[in-house]
Design a protein around this ligand. Structure first.
Ligand code: FES
Ligand code: FES
Length: 221
């Protein structure tokens, strides 16, 4: 992860750590910070020890689908916006923009993640996978094909996020039960209510992916 050369000036330590919204907002731009609820840093500690990037654009490099992308973004820019608005990698959709619907799902280091609540600057040095990386019109993934087979999409805003979440889920859970599936895809919402089709599609894809692995001799019990 890149770090800015600029440092927050040392300030006299406070006798009692306190918390502030300002401290939180500055913490968002701190290298290594995580955008999640409850991340309130004691002001004195955050200001005396951390390096701060921004507020202007800073150079970053993102490893997306096996390729390095160099760009400059303000530290406040989310991974979702960096992908869509700066790199034209648009499968991840910006729908709720608040970490509730899953339309923006990408895979980071093998784990399904909401890109709308992940800062682009914090995604550096990590392996980012988007739908474009494993399923294309010319070479659709088994999950994509199964979605078509089962009419598991209507408006399509949620669909890329579901396919990406399903990929991350099946990579870790190749033999899912229906209960596993409900839990595993529980972070994604479809406003059109295509859940039945989605579940059938993912179960079909699980079987096909397993058969393909058996054929290649790479399946695990
Ligand atoms: S757009 Fe990110 S969770 Fe809805
Ligand atoms: S198909 Fe998912 S929101 Fe419409």
């Amino acid at each position: 992860m890149s770090e800015s050369d600029s440092k927050v000036p040392n300030k006299p330590p406070k006798t009692k750590p306190d918390f502030s919204r300002r401290g939180f907002l500055k913490g968002v731009g701190i290298s290594g910070g995580v955008l999640s609820t409850g991340v309130l840093e004691p002001v004195a500690e955050a200001e005396s020890t951390a390096k701060v990037d921004g507020p202007g654009a800073v150079p970053i490099t993102l490893n997306i689908n096996g390729k390095a992308h160099k760009l400059e973004v303000e530290p406040r820019v989310t991974l979702c916006d960096a992908l869509r608005n700066r790199l034209e990698i648009t499968a991840a959709k910006r729908v709720c923009d608040r970490g509730t619907c899953g339309a923006c799902t990408v895979i980071i280091n093998g784990k399904a993640v909401y890109s709308c609540t992940t800062l682009a600057i914090d995604a550096q040095g990590k392996r980012i996978e988007t739908l474009e990386g494993f399923s294309t019109p010319a070479h659709p993934h088994a999950i994509t094909k199964a979605f078509l087979d089962h009419d598991a999409e209507q408006c399509g805003y949620c669909t890329p996020g579901f396919v990406v979440a399903a990929k991350a889920f099946l990579d870790h859970t190749p033999n899912p039960t229906e209960a596993d599936l409900k839990t595993g895809l529980g972070g994604n919402l479809c406003r059109c209510g295509t859940y039945m089709g989605i579940r059938k599609a993912v179960m079909q894809a699980a079987k096909e992916m397993k058969s393909a692995k058996v054929a290649k001799g790479t399946a695990h019990a």
